[in-house]
Structure formats: C-alpha cells, structure tokens
Design a protein. Structure first.
Length: 235
C-alpha cells in the first residue's frame, strides 16, 4: 500500500538544521518511507523532498515531522519496531516485518536516545551496582540501577568493571544528586568499593551477602575497609 503525500501550494518548509520556516528552492526525486503495517499489508509513504533556502544555513533539505535524516523508515514505524524488539530477537523482528537488521538497530537506538535525553534523574535515593558477563574471556559490563521502593530501573551500562567505568556514571549523575543518595548496594569487587567510598561517603553501603558468605566459606576473613558502612541485618 503506497500513500502519496503532497504539500500545500505556497506552504513554507522548516529547515532541517534550525527548524525555522524558509522559502522553497527546488524539489528532489520522490522517496519511499516505511510506515506501520496495516492489516498485514506493507505501508509506504511516497514523498518528494523539497530543498529550501534557509537564511542561516543556506540550501538544505526540509525537515519532515514523520521522518528524520536519510532514514527510509518513519518515526512511528521506529517506535513499532523498537516495541517488538523487546519481545523478539532483532533478526526475528527484521524477518517478521520485512526490514533490514540495521533498520531495527536504528529504531532501538532512536528510542533509547530519546529516553536518555528526556529521563528524570531527580529524587533517586537508593542505588545498586553489579556486573554482568556478556562474552567469554571475562568480558564484563558494569550496571547501575535505581532501586527505590516504588521505582526500579537501569540507569547506566559501562564497558568493563574498572574504576573509571563506575566513575563515568557518577560524572554523568552529578555531584549534587550523589550527595542525596542514602544507600547503595554492591558486591566485594575492589574497584567498586573504591569508587563508592570516594563518591558516596555519606551513604550506607550494603554488601552482597552471597559474596561475603562465599568468601568466608573459602577460608577468608572479611574485614571491611575503613569508612565502609555495612547493614548488619542484611548480612
């Protein structure tokens, strides 16, 4: 199903750089843009971009409200693909809806970028830090979660589990927000302990019971670092 789209005559277009209205310059060839499928049919928009003469940026391509850049898929279709990418593999989504794997990747990237730009980081009082192995050969990711009672979500993913990885989160999080953290949970990984001690001296540091008991079973004697608070009831 192909839907042809035409602009009203004498209508001004928006500059793709500054979003300001500008007069038209010429028209490019028609392009197709994938839209959300209807009743199992592939839906495409057919539209010929106009180039405009912007006072600030010169001759540029007009901005479209339903597509951006050179992407061959519309923004509503990106949301559609990103939604299905939560339930199926990216390859499965590409096969099911007859798009490329890169189209699915770009859709997920678009939604994640929008979420990061508009997310609210105020009011966070409790954090959790952990790592996850994503490949063989001790390849890890550092994860930071918000673990407040009524809101739990992933805040940060960093490659490797080194000091600078966790420091990157706190640089993004900000000093003012860090000072309002009440508790933080982590395991006994020394780079995490070092960063938490430095960045959250006021917070109650709750250590992972599983790792402490495993350490003691192996014959070790656990001695928490100075200024490291532990919740005895949790241990």
């Amino acid at each position: 199903m192909v839907v042809s789209i035409h602009r009203l005559k004498n209508s001004k277009c928006l500059c793709s750089q500054c979003q300001e209205p500008s007069p038209g310059y010429d028209r490019l060839g028609a392009r197709r843009f994938r839209f959300v499928p209807l009743w199992g049919y592939i839906v495409e928009f057919l539209y010929a971009h106009r180039r405009i003469q912007c006072p600030r940026h010169g001759i540029v391509v007009e901005a479209l409200p339903w597509a951006d850049g050179k992407s061959p898929i519309t923004q509503p279709f990106k949301l559609f693909l990103a939604h299905w990418a939560k339930h199926l593999s990216w390859k499965g989504v590409a096969v099911q809806f007859q798009v490329s794997w890169k189209n699915v990747y770009d859709s997920v990237k678009h939604v994640v970028a929008y979420g990061l730009k508009h997310r609210d980081l105020e009011g966070i009082r409790h954090l959790g830090v952990d790592e996850i192995q994503y490949a063989r050969g001790h390849k890890y990711l550092t994860l930071v979660y918000q673990v407040d009672k009524f809101r739990r979500r992933l805040l940060f993913i960093g490659k490797e589990r080194r000091v600078k990885t966790l420091l990157r989160f706190f640089y993004q999080f900000g000093k003012e927000r860090s000072q309002k953290i009440v508790t933080i949970c982590s395991d006994l990984w020394k780079p995490y302990l070092k960063v938490i001690k430095r960045k959250l001296p006021q917070a109650l540091h709750i250590l992972d019971r599983f790792h402490i008991m495993g350490y003691l079973r192996r014959g070790g004697q656990y001695s928490p670092p100075r200024n490291l608070s532990t919740a005895q009831g949790r241990l």
